[in-house]
Design a protein around this ligand. Structure first.
Ligand code: HEC
Ligand code: HEC
Length: 367
């Protein structure tokens, strides 16, 4: 039997995700600068005009995805980093967040669907954790409100890490002596700092700085040579094809839910956001994914069913825009998307040494 991965914790556990927001307003038509370049130079793309437009549509990637309910501290990050790599939070001590979202591989495991406890697979592709904290909600269908909520649900998820119940999370963590001072430092005001919620807060705080600025940001900030001509032309093609009807904001997506198959039905059995809201109008709606690092996070789409980025772009044209993009247009857009591959802070993601088990730490349970 295949159990839907993640976020399905049983009836009654539906979250306060709110309704799907209205589609992003269609941006105004491109203001093309008339190309009256000096005769000697070939007229390259008008970087200044494209930059102005791009800054208005995408905006600056921040250093941190801030949260009022979970302010980031260095102590939380230190703890969260360790917990992110902690396999003893899984039933058989063999799966951690990093198994399905490997940080040294742009936060995605390269599989259509990921393997969790006992190799079980869910039905959806694991999206990258990089830049995810900026999204309006988590998961393809927005089932979790934020990264903290999703961290908690992932540990308890019946396919992924499968800790028997919520009470066993603090039990396991308390049995590992090294966690006691780490939780105390991260949550200094708490009498009993080792709780499931604080585990999730620490992992969430760590994720809130997993942001990956790229050459595209340098371009937005004014560095003309940060993108080559092909990439700048690809940005122009991304605008004119209409991708910005949905892929907007600093992560080029992640801020709305849209129907997959808006112009031409897309073959999928997954009802998407409908599974969360129960509203017929949300059937086949998915969170518009971020396009940061998209060249590195294949296979693509919610089911991991698309093996190549050019194919993904071509399908977007057909199903989301009702246009048959030419191979040249596709190649141009793919060149632009490559400029969104960001820098990963190697020190920040370095795999920490895990604290040793204590006498009461439960043994791995392969059942
Ligand atoms: C067995 C594989 C697996 C493990 C282990 C796992 N995840 Fe995931 N994760 C997934 C899948 C699959 C999804 C997409 C689920 C969906 O949309 O229904 C996902 C979604 C996410 C997202 C949403 C990203 C977005 O853009 O919406 C975040 C964040 C995330 N996981 C963080 C974590 C953290 C933190 C842990 C550890 C506590 C973890 N995951 C453990 C497979 C896994
Ligand atoms: C009407 C909204 C809409 C438009 C317009 C749109 N997209 Fe998308 N895009 C989506 C949604 C929704 C998904 C998620 C698809 C899924 O659920 O599998 C997506 C997914 C993608 C993906 C796969 C990302 C991943 O991580 O799997 C790429 C790449 C992409 N879009 C690029 C584009 C490009 C390029 C254009 C313009 C040619 C475009 N999109 C136009 C809504 C849109």
């Amino acid at each position: 039997m295949i159990v839907r991965v993640l976020c399905v914790v049983g009836a009654g556990a539906v979250l306060a995700c709110g309704d799907a927001p209205a589609p992003a307003p269609e941006p105004a038509a491109p203001e093309r600068a008339s190309v009256e370049a000096p005769v000697t130079e070939p007229p390259g793309p008008d970087r200044a005009a494209l930059r102005t437009r791009a800054n208005a549509i995408f905006g600056v990637l921040p250093d941190e995805a801030k949260s009022a309910s979970n302010p980031v501290s260095e102590e939380k990050i230190t703890l969260g980093r360790i917990l992110y790599y902690e396999p003893r939070l899984s039933r058989d001590h063999d799966v951690s967040c990093n198994s399905c979202h490997p940080l040294d591989r742009f936060g995605a495991d390269g599989e259509a669907t990921s393997r969790g406890h006992r190799g079980q697979r869910g039905e959806r592709n694991a999206p990258t954790v990089y830049n995810a904290a900026l999204h309006v909600a988590q998961c393809w269908d927005g089932r979790a409100a934020d990264v903290e909520e999703l961290a908690k649900r992932s540990v308890l998820n019946p396919v992924e890490m499968v800790v028997p119940n919520e009470a066993s999370v603090p039990e396991v963590l308390k049995s590992i002596p090294g966690y006691v001072p780490l939780f105390a430092a991260a949550f200094p005001d708490d009498e009993d700092p080792i709780t499931t919620d604080n585990m999730a807060r620490a992992i969430g705080a760590f994720e809130r700085r997993l942001l990956t600025p790229s050459r595209f940001d340098a371009f937005l900030e004014g560095e003309d040579t940060a993108l080559n001509d092909a990439e700048v032309e690809g940005l122009d093609a991304f605008f004119s094809a209409g991708c910005i009807q949905c892929h907007v904001g600093p992560t080029l997506g992640g801020i709305s839910f849209q129907k997959l198959g808006r112009n031409e039905p897309y073959p999928t059995d997954d009802a998407g956001r409908f599974l969360v809201t129960g509203k017929e109008a949300n059937r086949f709606f998915f969170k518009v994914p971020s396009l940061r690092n998209v060249a590195e996070t294949g296979p693509w789409f919610h089911d991991g069913g698309v093996a190549g980025l050019p194919e993904a772009v071509h399908l977007m044209g057909r199903h989301q825009l009702g246009v048959d993009l030419s191979p040249d247009q596709v190649a141009s857009i793919v060149a632009f998307l490559g400029s969104l591959t960001g820098e990963v802070d190697q020190v920040y993601i370095e795999q920490p040494r895990l604290p040793g088990s204590g006498p009461d730490t439960p043994a791995p349970d392969p059942s």
